[in-house]
Design a protein around this ligand. Structure first.
Ligand code: AMP
Length: 176
């Protein structure tokens, strides 16, 4: 599977090694394997399934939706500012360069829901951490995090474990 992830140097800006997942997404076998393994993992979890799966715009949508269909739970999009009709809830957060906002529908899920947050890549953890804040703003619980790829050297998992000590965290492929 690692062979299907293409490193693109200095994209989208100098110094960044962008992980291009295009080849992986185009493989029906790998798509099936990733979703099947996620299903086995969550279906065999002693605390049961999450109440819904959040996908972070935009590359987080891809497997979040596939997992939600396979597990028969709702898929909830967390989107960039201005993409969802009102009423919404939003959270502001810092990126490596600058600020961003993430939004979801005000009634995305009921208070007390157990929410699984999925994104494609875990880097510094800022984006997933902001999604967790938004879940808490809706009085729900971060049940877990799921990523396809973790860039371990950026220590995002350590940050998320500190912020959400009760949430499980699973990454399909860790890059040291
Ligand atoms: P972070 O907030 O630093 O954890 O960054 C995670 C978000 O940025 C995810 O939504 C990824 O899609 C994107 N991202 C960060 N670094 C990379 C990278 N090296 N390759 C691809 N996407 C990345």
């Amino acid at each position: 599977m690692e062979g299907e992830i293409r490193d693109v140097h200095d994209y989208p800006q100098a110094g960044v090694v962008f992980k291009d997942l295009g080849r992986l997404w185009s493989s029906p076998e790998l798509n099936k394997r990733i979703v099947r393994e996620a299903c086995v993992r969550y279906q065999s979890n002693p605390s049961g399934l999450p109440d819904c799966i959040v996908g972070i715009e935009s590359r987080g949508f891809i497997y979040a939706m596939a997992m939600a269909i396979a597990l028969n739970v709702p898929f909830i999009p967390f989107r960039k500012k201005g993409k969802l009709p009102p009423p919404t809830r939003s959270v502001d957060y810092s990126l490596e360069y600058g600020q961003a906002s993430m939004e979801c529908a005000l009634e995305a899920f009921p208070a007390g829901s157990k929410v699984l947050i999925h994104d494609d890549v875990l880097a510094t953890g800022g984006t997933a951490g902001a999604a967790a804040q938004l879940v808490r703003k809706l009085d729900a619980e971060v049940w877990g995090f799921s990523f396809l790829l973790e860039l371990e050297f950026l220590k995002g998992a350590i940050k998320l474990e500190r912020e959400e000590p009760h949430a499980m965290l699973h990454t399909y492929l860790i890059i040291e």
